[in-house]
Design a protein around this ligand. Structure first.
Ligand code: NAP
Length: 260
């Protein structure tokens, strides 16, 4: 199936590794030129080389912190004037007991996982509306649907973004601009490995044991592959997906146990 987005331009935030990288790769496979932002130059170089050697698209990289206004400015400066696709993503906030979180921890979480996507959307949305094409995807978390007790910062900040998007996403589809969220469950990425290592240390278990007990709770019996996530993202960005807006796509191997 041709997704009808060949030659378009996409900005993929936090796109040098994991889920963001998978979105950049899948979009590039559909012929989308990509601007990839992350802080570390090495992973950025490796990812861009990988995409260039597997596709014919143009790849631009920006080494910047997307959660700062300077970083966002650098990212947008590297984009062509006419941006068609925006993938919002950033690292998740740390785990912990909410009693230990200071106001500054909340401010960081809100900045990374709520205000940064909103600021980027504010900058690119009207151009998309004018040109009658736009696809915005926010990478959030399964924790938005089923909160994870030790991830209070993530539960709170991402729920704030989700509420905002629920309202905004109904104001744009008449212009062929859609806004959706993808909610990852457990995917095999650096972030998840880090979280499992922390849990192993905390509970005095091996990482293998922590992984085994996590797998028991996943009906699919495995962790998600980033590619599966990237391909869903590319479909939501396709020309065919113009009638889908304001949705929260949970991709979790069946963990969420609910009828709807
Ligand atoms: P990952 O594999 O660790 O990759 C994170 C990416 O984000 C890297 O490219 C990293 O590059 C970049 N990044 C982090 N902070 C950034 C910043 N301030 N500015 C620019 N780039 C930044 O992580 P992931 O698993 O793909 O996670 C992506 C998002 O999904 C996170 O918010 C995570 O909490 C959420 N999530 C993941 C899972 C999962 O199972 N993997 C589940 C639920 C939610 P640099 O460090 O070089 O900047």
């Amino acid at each position: 199936m041709d997704f009808g987005i060949k030659g378009k331009w996409g900005l993929v935030c936090a796109g040098s590794k994991g889920l963001g990288r998978a979105c950049a790769e899948s979009l590039a496979e559909e012929g989308v030129n990509v601007v990839i932002v992350a802080r570390g130059v090495e992973a950025l170089a490796e990812t861009s080389e990988h995409i260039r050697s597997n596709t014919n698209v143009e790849v631009r990289t920006v080494a910047a912190d997307i959660t700062t206004s300077e970083g966002r400015e650098e990212a947008l400066d590297a984009c062509p004037g006419e941006l068609d696709i925006l993938i919002n993503n950033a690292g998740g906030p740390p785990a912990g007991d909410f009693r230990d979180f200071e106001v500054t921890d909340w401010e960081k979480a809100l900045q990374a996982n709520m205000l940064t996507p909103i600021e980027l959307i504010k900058t690119v949305l009207d151009g998309m509306i004018e040109r009658k094409f736009g696809r915005i995807v926010n990478i959030t978390s399964a924790a938005v649907k089923a909160p994870i007790p030790i991830l209070g910062l993530s539960n709170g900040a991402r729920a704030g973004l989700t509420g905002f998007i629920a309202g905004l996403s109904r104001q744009t589809p008449m212009h062929n601009v859609t806004i959706n969220n993808i909610l990852p469950g457990a995917f095999a990425t650096e972030t998840m490995n880090g979280r499992m290592a922390a849990m192993a240390k905390q509970s005095d278990q091996s990482i293998e044991d922590v992984a085994k007990s996590r797998l028991k709770a996943i009906p699919a019996g495995r962790f998600g592959e980033p590619k599966e996530f990237g391909q869903l993202c590319a479909y939501i960005c396709s020309a065919q997906a113009s009638y889908i807006t304001g949705h929260n796509f949970l991709i979790d191997g069946g963990v969420y146990n609910g009828t709807l």
